[in-house]
Unconditional design. Structure first.
Length: 301
């Protein structure tokens, strides 16, 4: 091979290496960002020149990005998983944007397993869980006026709801164990609610099948009375910011007949607490420290 041909091949190799290294976007990939439900767009805000050791005709130097910025289109913000969303997103909007494939959901579970800090029970459940297609929304519901329904007869949880906060099973159980370190070695790690992660999302997923293995740090909150009443106990309804994807969907539809639910973090603030009284068939509202029968339009949903 003569030196000219060799130089051309080396030059093309350098170009390919630069594309792989620095991720130059193609027109199609550049367009698939910034919109609702899409990844945030990546922009380089600090470039540094990189000199290559080859001095042939095609690409004597290239630029490497030292600092990047992530942006979404006007009206949207970047969520903790890198996707563009709204500050206040309803369940209907989340479903309209779309749902994860089973492969996409499985990647979240696999990523959580790589952390190496899962409790013994948690690790087993994450490994065993098998998500299905169109079972959970890609985006989280964040509308602070979202209505949710939860069935419970646990005194500690009812007291917490009346005080204006949800209470998870892990919170209830941790108070009763003497060896808290052992508790978290089995059921942990303890979730940092302020940081979105694959571990947090994995806990939300596995809690839909068994909230006791591990002890869930979330509360299952249904989207309607019918689903909640199927779990037994008194049904409570309230408004809150779920900060959760919609889970339990069938074919990514709110009307598909699935056990549609949020997995709401323990300690989530709630408002407008109601309960359904089976003996009277009426809703009551919790006001001024006591339960009252719903009597007017201001107390109705």
């Amino acid at each position: 091979m003569n030196i000219f041909k060799q130089g051309r091949l080396l030059g093309l190799g350098v170009i390919l290496s630069a594309i792989l290294m620095f991720g130059f976007a193609t027109p199609s990939s550049a367009e698939a960002c910034g919109k609702l439900g899409q990844p945030a767009c990546v922009t380089c805000v600090d470039k540094v020149t990189v000199y290559f050791p080859f001095n042939f005709c095609c690409i004597p130097e290239a630029s490497s990005c030292r600092k990047t910025a992530y942006t979404c289109n006007a009206g949207y913000v970047r969520d903790g998983m890198g996707l563009c969303t709204k500050i206040s997103l309803t369940a209907e909007e989340a479903v309209k944007v779309g749902c994860r494939t089973s492969r996409s959901a499985q990647m979240i579970l696999d990523d959580a397993k790589k952390t190496g800090d899962l409790g013994t029970i948690t690790s087993s459940q994450v490994s065993a869980f098998r998500p299905t297609d169109k079972w959970m929304t890609t985006l989280e519901v964040t509308d602070p006026n979202t209505w949710g329904y939860r069935a419970t007869d646990f005194p500690d949880e009812i007291k917490s709801l009346e005080a204006g906060k949800t209470l998870s099973k892990a919170e209830r159980r941790e108070k009763k164990v003497t060896d808290k370190s052992a508790f978290w070695r089995q059921n942990g790690p303890k979730i940092d609610y302020g940081t979105k992660s694959s571990t947090l999302n994995s806990f939300q997923m596995i809690a839909t099948s068994d909230s006791s293995k591990p002890m869930s740090q979330f509360s299952s909150v249904a989207l309607d009375y019918e689903v909640a009443s199927g779990f037994g106990g008194t049904v409570y309804k309230f408004q809150m910011n779920p900060s959760s994807p919609v889970l339990g969907l069938r074919d990514c539809s709110l009307n598909g007949g699935g056990e549609t639910q949020f997995q709401v973090k323990g300690g989530t603030p709630i408002k407008n607490l109601h309960r359904f009284v089976n003996s009277t068939g009426k809703w009551e509202i919790y006001k001024n420290g006591k339960w009252q029968i719903v009597v007017g339009p201001n107390d109705e949903l």
